[in-house]
Design a protein. Structure first.
Length: 410
């Protein structure tokens, strides 16, 4: 049955919301003020699929990608920049308000730069037809793609490579996730989900590496082929990337976050960098501070340790430790003038609790999730810290994801 709705506002995931007597109804790819014809999404009483925009908003613009509205990768290519930026900053304001925190939220910083330098392509077979691309919006099926305008030029050829690798693995009949990262000598690719490979299949994959400009090809971290060590420049150092290494989505995003972190840390003599990864903050902070870097990823810490041995960088102490299970406690935090923590999306509740019990003068929190950031910030404030300011950073343009860098003072 076709319904007609007027969209009142946008939700935190970028869906249009129509407030009705029966509760909110969610419609993707529409804008506030628009009148739309919709139909119900089977199995979801509160979700609707837009059939036609009957009355368009003056804020609507043409999307930059032909796959927009079908592919689930982008939510907001159709909204003008001014309103989009205000909404994304508002995600941080709303999360803090919900946690009962009153703090100054800076203007949103655009950190898209040249585009995304890493991507995960999904490969699935549907009725024996191979499809390689991104997941559809809130669905399990794959939208096959041949281009993606939000990817950085360094990922040129990544989509063709993903198709070729998936085709070579077609006899495995397995759903694949193909992780591609841009590195200095070429693409670094890690295939996940294929199951064990026979020597013949491994050899077939290895033959694809050179024509598709793959610096390295691995399966769940196990080497299949390598023509060059994937590396990345971070500050004065060059880091050898472990397979499937986590990086900020864009090079500009990493640079902006690092600049904000360094500004809040100031001239601290000793800094703890928690959830340090391969060292996007530690390697830059070590140019003027002694750094203790901690992460549970042994390969990332090994890469950081090796990269740190260059002129102009102070020695970096490293530690492999699960900060979710064993956060640094107050006594361990006592030697530091500042602490930086940048956890995954689930936040760092245990570590935030331990920081709240410490006397560290400055804490800098980096987050990619406003909800868990606000939860952890509440713990710090309740422990005696003052939230000086929070800065939203947009390196996931057109999506509902936003990064935050916040300064807490004891």
């Amino acid at each position: 049955m076709v319904e007609r709705l007027v969209i009142d506002r946008l939700g935190h995931r970028g869906d249009g919301i129509a407030d009705t007597p029966d509760g909110p109804l969610y419609v993707p790819y529409v804008l506030p003020g628009e009148t739309v014809e919709v139909e119900r999404v089977p199995g979801h009483a509160d979700r609707r699929h837009a059939l036609r925009v009957e009355v368009e908003s003056a804020e609507r613009i043409a999307p930059i990608c032909p796959h927009f509205g079908v592919c689930g990768g982008c939510a907001l290519q159709h909204w003008d920049t001014v309103h989009y930026r205000a909404w994304k900053r508002g995600l941080v304001v709303a999360a803090l308000a919900q946690a009962g925190l009153d703090a100054h939220v800076e203007q949103l910083i655009d950190a898209h730069g040249a585009g995304r330098r890493r991507a995960v392509f999904h490969a699935r077979r549907s009725h024996d037809v191979l499809q390689v691309g991104f997941a559809a919006y809130r669905a399990h099926h794959i939208v096959p793609i041949d281009r993606c305008p939000v990817l950085a030029p360094e990922l040129l050829g990544a989509i063709k490579a993903a198709w070729a690798l998936a085709e070579a693995l077609r006899p495995q009949r397995k759903p694949l996730d193909i992780h591609v990262t841009a590195s200095e000598p070429g693409l670094d690719v890690d295939i996940r989900g294929s199951g064990p490979l026979t020597p013949d299949v491994g050899a077939r994959l290895a033959q694809l590496a050179r024509p598709h400009r793959l610096a390295r090809l691995t399966r769940h971290g196990e080497l299949i082929a390598q023509h060059a060590q994937p590396t990345l420049r971070i500050g004065r150092a060059r880091v050898a990337l472990p397979p499937g290494a986590f990086l900020q989505a864009t090079a500009e995003g990493e640079a902006v976050l690092a600049r904000l972190v360094a500004g809040h840390v100031g001239h601290a003599n000793t800094v703890a960098d928690l959830f340090a990864g391969v060292g996007p903050f530690a390697l830059r902070l070590a140019e003027r501070s002694r750094v203790h870097a901690v992460d549970n990823d042994a390969a990332a810490i090994a890469g950081l340790r090796q990269a740190a041995g260059v002129p102009g960088i102070k020695p970096i102490e490293t530690q492999v430790r699960d900060l979710f299970r064993r956060p640094l406690i107050a006594a361990e935090l006592a030697p530091f003038d500042a602490v930086v923590f940048d956890p995954p999306r689930q936040g760092a509740q245990a570590q935030a609790r331990a920081l709240a019990e410490s006397k560290v003068p400055v804490v800098v929190a980096v987050s990619c999730n406003p909800a868990t950031f606000a939860r952890d910030a509440r713990l710090l404030v309740d422990g005696g810290y003052r939230l000086v300011a929070a800065t939203p950073v947009d390196q996931f343009r057109y999506s509902a994801h936003v990064e935050i860098v916040a300064h807490f003072a004891r």
